[in-house]
Each structure stands twice: as structure tokens, then as C-alpha cells.
Ligand binder design. Structure first.
Ligand code: UDP
Ligand code: MG
Length: 323
């Protein structure tokens, strides 16, 4: 690793997180590099291996050793896509940075349009939005619908068609990197940033090779990160439910006292059981919501690094001519 050997500042950086993508790397580069070459811009391609157990790193090493614009980064273990994107963004030196998936679901042919929107229309963030989400399992499709609905209601962000395929101007990249959270939600954070935005649309292609490695639990965890980092409304729900039950308890209390003093026999055993069950579950539910926020605070308070880089490979730019 030799940082001094980096070529002079590229105009465009492309960041791609890769986890178990050995089946896609060759076709990815075969599609992407020709597109980048047609642009009248110097570029660097930052490929981040997110601790893949397969041959992803061997392939990246080989490609980075032979191609001067490729910088291969290896994380010490699987830190997750969000952290891998962050690693790439922190390494990127370009005046604009494009982030995209490595399974060719984000078509590289859109890149010239993104660069055009950035350069000619002055967009500071160009978002590629999905018009079609691509084939997915029913659970993922349904889960995503519910998640985006809740996030939209809680935070006001409508990002149901957003993807991680974006171009960020240097200003936006620096602003994003100044956001200190350990748990990232890239799509939400770029929305939060503001800046002048343009959208372009694409249909998600089917995955080129391999399989999607996100488990349902990982998606759920990212959803919880998103919700807890963009809204505190769930905490107010707890208060609201408490208030509602307080009002209800005044009414029920008065009625019970009235029955007692008017000498009517109280046969309220069922009511007692039902109330206990309802209140018990509401309390647990509320504790769960509070616990979720505490867990996030705990993770943030530890301030651990988001990822650890073990290797960084880039061919020294001794041979001029190629860009
Ligand atoms: N990815 C990653 N780390 C992970 C999981 C995925 O870097 O722990 C990468 C993966 O290699 C791909 C991108 O993130 O380039 C999107 O992942 P995937 O295709 O599995 O997600 P989906 O398209 O199903 O949302
Ligand atoms: Mg994919």
C-alpha cells in the first residue's frame, strides 16, 4: 500500500461495495469500464470488498494490479453494505462520486446521463430512482412496502423508489461524511442533506450472477436504523398511548367506584384479566420502543470505527496515457 502513488485527483469516482460478487466482477468491469472511458473525465473506480469469503478479493487484487484506475479496498470482515459505501466515499477523491451496486442491477449506461445532470444542470445530487423494483420475494416486497410507508409517515421522507445508485457532488459527499452516525442509512441521509437534486429513472435489472446476500433480519435491522435515526415519533406514541389509557382509566375508575358505593355486586373478573393483558402488552411494547432507541444510543456512544480496512491496492501510475 502506497498512498503517495495515487494518481492526480480524478474528476469522477465510482464507488462499488462488493460482497460475495465473484460471479459478477468480470462482467461488471466489462460493462462499466467502457462507459467510463467514453466520458471526457478522469476517473477512479473504488471497489470495496466487504469481507467476502469467496474469491472476490483475489479478483479485485488482480484487476487493481493491471488497471491503473482501479483502487481495491478490503475490509477486515463483513461490515455491511452501508459501511462499505462509507469506506468508499471516504476514500474517493473525485469532484463527483457515483455509488452503485456491483451486481449490475444498477445499469452503468445511466452514468453519462448522471454526469450530464451534474455538470450541465448543476445538480448536486443525482438520484437514480427505480420505476420497477425487479423480481423480489414476496416477503421483501411486502416488507419494503410497510417499511417505506412507516418511514414516510414518521419522517415525511418519501424514498420508496430511491436506490443507492446516486451521483454526489463533492460538496454533498463532504456534508455526508460530516454526519457522524455509526449506523448509516445512505438513502435517508442523502435525502436529509438537501442540496439541489435531480432524478433519473431506471428499471432495476435482474441480478447478473450470485444471489442477494441480505437476509430478512439484516433488512429489518436497516429499517430500524432508518426509522430510529430519522424520527423520534415512536417515543411520542408511548406518551400518547399512556395519555389515552389514563383518560380511559379515569372513566373506568369512576364507574367502578360508583358501582362499589351504590352497593351493586361487581362481577368484574373478566375486565380485570383483560385490562391486565392489554396493559401488560402495551407496557412491554412501549419498553421495546424505548429499548430500541437506547440500543441505538449505546451503539453510537461507543463510537467504534464503522469499518476497518486491511488492504488497499492501486497500481502506481507510472504508465501514462491511460485514464
Ligand atoms: N453488499 C455489501 N455488503 C453486504 C451485502 C451486500 O457490500 O453485506 C453489496 C453487494 O455486493 C451489492 C450491493 O451491496 O453490490 C447490493 O447488495 P444485494 O444485491 O445483495 O442487495 P439487493 O440488490 O438485493 O438489495
Ligand atoms: Mg442486488
Amino acid at each position: 500500500m502506497d498512498d503517495n502513488a495515487l494518481p492526480s485527483q480524478p474528476e469522477l469516482s465510482v464507488v462499488i461495495p462488493l460482497y460475495k460478487e465473484e460471479a459478477n466482477i468480470v462482467s461488471l468491469l466489462n460493462t462499466l469500464l467502457p462507459v467510463l472511458k467514453t466520458l471526457p473525465k478522469t476517473h477512479e473506480l473504488i471497489l470495496v470488498d466487504d469481507g467476502s469469503p469467496d474469491n472476490t478479493w483475489e479478483l479485485l487484487k488482480e484487476k487493481a494490479a493491471t488497471h491503473p484506475t482501479i483502487l481495491a479496498l478490503r475490509l477486515s470482515r463483513n461490515f455491511g453494505k452501508e459501511a462499505a459505501i462509507r469506506a468508499g466515499l471516504e476514500t474517493a477523491a473525485g469532484q463527483a462520486v457515483i455509488t452503485m451496486d456491483g451486481d449490475l442491477q444498477h445499469p452503468p449506461r445511466l452514468i453519462p446521463d448522471m454526469v450530464k445532470a451534474w455538470e450541465q444542470e448543476g445538480a448536486e445530487i443525482v438520484e437514480a430512482n427505480k420505476t420497477y423494483r425487479g423480481p423480489e420475494s414476496l416477503l421483501n416486497k411486502f416488507g419494503a412496502k410497510i417499511f417505506y410507508y412507516i418511514l414516510n409517515k414518521l419522517s415525511g421522507y418519501n424514498i420508496s423508489n430511491a436506490s443507492d445508485f446516486k451521483l454526489l457532488d463533492r460538496k454533498a459527499v463532504d456534508a455526508l461524511l460530516a454526519m457522524n452516525e455509526t449506523n448509516m442509512f445512505y438513502r435517508g441521509m442523502t435525502t436529509w442533506l438537501g442540496f439541489k437534486k435531480t432524478k433519473i429513472f431506471f428499471e432495476t435489472a435482474t441480478r447478473q450472477g450470485g444471489v442477494s446476500t441480505w437476509s430478512f433480519l439484516q433488512r429489518l435491522n436497516l429499517s430500524l436504523t432508518a426509522i430510529t435515526s430519522f424520527s423520534v415519533l415512536p417515543l411520542y406514541f408511548v406518551t400518547a398511548i399512556g395519555l389515552l389509557f389514563f383518560l380511559f382509566s379515569i372513566g373506568l375508575g369512576l364507574q367502578t367506584l360508583y358501582h362499589k358505593f351504590s352497593g351493586q355486586a361487581v362481577s368484574g373478573f373478566t375486565t380485570v384479566i383483560l385490562l391486565l393483558l392489554v396493559i401488560g402488552s402495551l407496557l412491554m411494547f412501549s419498553l421495546g420502543i424505548i429499548g430500541e432507541y437506547i440500543a441505538r444510543i449505546y451503539q453510537e456512544a461507543k463510537g467504534r470505527p464503522r469499518y476497518i480496512v486491511t488492504e488497499k491496492i492501486r497500481r502506481p501510475p507510472e504508465s501514462k496515457g491511460e485514464k
